[in-house]
Design a protein around this ligand. Structure first.
Ligand code: SAM
Length: 264
């Protein structure tokens, strides 16, 4: 069988967003946010060389699923955990994995991941856009590039507030946990990161995510225009909800958008 290279000899793949965390202080801080109990399912997206996995592996859980697209890194993890019955390595694209397989489990499901920056929003939208809400997870702790994190966390009135902020906040309570400066990674990315915690909420679980997406696309397609122009099709609904049509898209709250999506 082909010999596995020393893990530090592996050339990081840019196409897979391979920026590995090498700062132990940062990992210790992340460790402080890992919750564990013996009936829970933990999923780690993109375990890579196992920087965060080494903190997860020692916790209590029913199963730990490691989803890694890179064949070589997945093979290394399989070798490392071959004797562990509770740790499952899934050598797949996290965008293709069928998370529905996990919904029959009783224990809580938490997702951790220092996500590859190039697919982070796609993954997040995938997990949030399920037809039946609440989704399969109970909590997520995920790293994003700072610029994306700022948009996820922004409140109305903020210039970063937009489509992504509303979509995410309509389904989850979001909280910033940690700053992740570019210096904690190797190779060093061009941008800093931010770790966010997501906890599902059920305030708007009857709303069609697809409808909300379309509404937001329409509204934020012209940020500077008043909604009486961009959302003129919904004049009656806006009136019904007593939303001032002289407002601009970033002035409407998450509830405003959700209530509107409910009516249309
Ligand atoms: N968790 C490790 C750490 O913090 O050092 C690695 C994080 S690195 C930013 C992203 C990891 O996700 C890499 O190991 C990469 O191979 C993996 N990856 C990239 N695209 C993926 C995908 N579509 N599905 C699953 N894993 C992916």
């Amino acid at each position: 069988m082909r010999q596995l290279l020393n893990i530090d000899e592996i050339m990081p793949k840019k196409s897979l967003g391979q920026n590995f965390i090498t700062d132990n202080n940062f990992l210790q801080k992340m460790n402080g946010y890992i919750e564990s109990s013996k009936d829970m399912i933990i999923i780690e997206i993109g375990p890579g060389k196992g920087a965060l996995t080494k903190y997860l592996e020692g916790k209590n859980y029913k199963q730990l699923h490691l989803i890694e697209k890179d064949n070589y890194l997945a093979a290394r993890l399989k070798e490392k955990y071959k004797n562990s019955k509770k740790i499952k390595i899934i050598n797949l694209d996290a965008l293709e994995y069928n998370y529905g397989d996990l919904t029959n489990t009783d224990g809580k499901i938490t997702i951790y991941g220092n996500l590859p920056f190039n697919i982070s929003t796609k993954l997040l939208t995938l997990w949030l856009s399920v037809e039946v809400w609440p989704s399969f997870f109970d909590k997520m702790i995920l790293m994003f590039q700072k610029e994306v994190a700022d948009r996820i966390l922004a409140n109305n009135g903020n210039k970063k507030y937009g489509r992504l902020s509303v979509l995410v906040q309509s389904r989850c309570k979001v909280k910033k946990l940690l700053d992740a400066p570019a210096s904690i990674f190797s190779p060093r990315p061009k941008v800093d990161g931010t770790v966010i915690q997501f906890e599902p909420i059920n305030n708007f679980n009857k709303i069609s995510f697809q409808k909300l997406e379309k509404l937001l696309e329409k509204s934020f397609s012209a940020r500077r225009k008043k909604i009486k122009n961009t959302l003129s099709d919904y004049h009656h609904h806006l009136k019904q909800l007593q939303i001032d049509e002289n407002l601009r898209p970033e002035n409407l709250s998450v509830s405003d958008y959700c209530n509107l999506a409910k009516l249309i």
